[in-house]
Design a protein around this ligand. Sequence first.
Ligand SMILES: C[S@@+](CC[C@H](N)C(=O)[O-])C[C@H]1O[C@@H](n2cnc3c(N)ncnc32)[C@H](O)[C@@H]1O
Length: 277
Amino acid sequence: MNTPAVTAATGGESDRPRGAQDPEDGQGPRTGDAIGDLLLAAHKAAADPAAAPVLQIIERDDGFVKSAPVTSWIAPVDQWPDEDRQALDLVKGGRVLDIGAGGGRAARVLLDRGHDVTALDVSPGALEVCRQQGVRSLVHGTVDEHAGSGARYDSFLLLGANLGLLESRERAPRFLRALAAMAAPGAVIIGQGHNMSDSQAPQHLPYNQRNLRAGRIAGQRTLRIRYRDVATPWFHYLCLAPHELAALAAGTGWQLTDIAPVDTATDYIATLTLTSD
Ligand SMILES: C[S@@+](CC[C@H](N)C(=O)[O-])C[C@H]1O[C@@H](n2cnc3c(N)ncnc32)[C@H](O)[C@@H]1O
């Protein structure tokens, strides 16, 4: 069997918050590839009908936590929510960069449809699961690290609320410019968004108001993902409203050209199209 090369992207810039130092006294989670560990565990559990569901713990920097199964990250396409299939159908033919590809569920389907797909992720464990799914073109790193590679794409996919990877008001334009640098003429970004900026829920409203007082977009989150004794470094995740996305795209080479509503109140599928500015 051919072993696919994992390209390590180098250089670039990131606003990711510094990871907490590993505690010297052995208390608290160690910092590591918790998402990769979750995906590897979920991939293994998928082959065992008796296995317990694999749960991620999502921890927000104000102490709010919730758990969620990661089954959906590796589910076959016939088990996906309608909006995920809808997003995939919007991908243009040709070369696709699946950004934050996770376990490669979308990359696998797009390959089966005849697209030329590259999976990019910062998690080595995620890329290992992609490899086990038969995805051969793998990039370890961020989009701005990959932008200098000379690669060109017709579509960029941000599935699974991955518009969150825009991170913040400051980071988003640089993220979008990195994609513009890799865009073929007529390229599109298909991104799933999760709008927390407009949330009035009591567990979110004070957090949103704190963001606004600090000059941040209300829906910005600072999170880490935990599994067993491992936590990712803290990272920013941007759960923005469509009008905030349109404003952030101005001057980046992209224009928000469509918002497809989905069945939930907070989620949407955005299409951004390459412009000439
Ligand atoms: C919620 S999962 C979604 C996976 C996949 N898109 C899906 O829909 O199944 C988010 C993925 O983004 C990756 N990720 C997080 N920050 C990233 C970054 N700055 N650049 C690239 N990938 C990132 C994580 O490692 C994880 O695999």
